[in-house]
Design a protein around this ligand. Sequence first.
Ligand SMILES: [Zn+2]
Length: 361
Amino acid sequence: MEALGYDEYRIDRLGSVVGIIRGTAGGPPVMLNCHMDVVAEGDPAQWEHPPFAGHLEGGFLHGRGSMDIKGPLAAQTHVGAAMKGRAPGDVIVAHTVFEERGGWGMQDLLARNEVEPAAVIIGEATGGDITTGHRGRAEVEIVLRGVAGHASAPDRATNALDLLAPVLSGIKALDRSQPGHPVLGRATLVVTTVDVSPESRNVIPDEVVAVVDWRVLPDSTDQDLLASVRSAIGAEMGEVPEAMGVEVRMASEVHRSYTGISERRGLFTPGFLMEADDPLIRAAARAVGRREGSEAARVRPWAFATDGGWSRGVFGIPTLGFAAGEERFAHTNRERWELAEAEWAFNRHPDLILAVQKALA
Ligand SMILES: [Zn+2]
């Protein structure tokens, strides 16, 4: 950003990077956003190309982060510079930390009023479409407690695993009863992991933790989610036997930023949805167009969650997505970014930014 002539640039307290190209006429500020983190690469041997080599082949940039999201991050950063002297409002380029773990960077940036955008454009893969939202993601932990003992003498222990079957059937029943949504589809939940402790094959465990991955509709709250899990499990389990216990809680973990700040945080990413006929969305779709033909861009939600859940879902700032890349490659060992599409999307950004600022003015 320094080399590209940004008017301001800084690193915030958590390590997110924020640069500003000042507008020419005090128009509404628009923020471009990607995230700084990537998911783990897994076993490098399972990749066709080395995950961190930046390998170019067949018209694609290959590797972890090529599409999610270092490629778009670089593109947005250069788009900002290209807008110098051209946009009436500020172009804020903010690349946030911890998006893949719940969005601490975006939440903190907006909560502290470090920047005050009138709209946010997120660079998660859209395949050139305009995206308008997504379901949120919650992680719920169900903790089952008993009394540990030697497996040779079950009478002297209370096996926490005895409570697992009603938990699994309760979660299945709760999944079947989830509400549908005309645009985002149905909320879904599924048990993804079960951990026991002590973890030993000849010990009866006194603690079992089952984790539920819950893709929630916008406006879901922690309290509602926890209450419905408790009631679904209660319906299957009946009364909890003496000497045993059940606790239902939102998952959390201690995050430590590379700038040295630690905090225990929930892993909840909120959802959001902009109306497809919102004037801002319509203006964006017309401005971007399509790679082939003269129609306006397709308008649809994403399948995965993004920091837009914070910017729109929590802070109420109009938010949309636009970037090159196929969503199905995100988080896989085939991650890639098509260069011709990336160049096309890069070149559509000035019109997009000007249209968004005009629609907000
Ligand atoms: Zn991403």
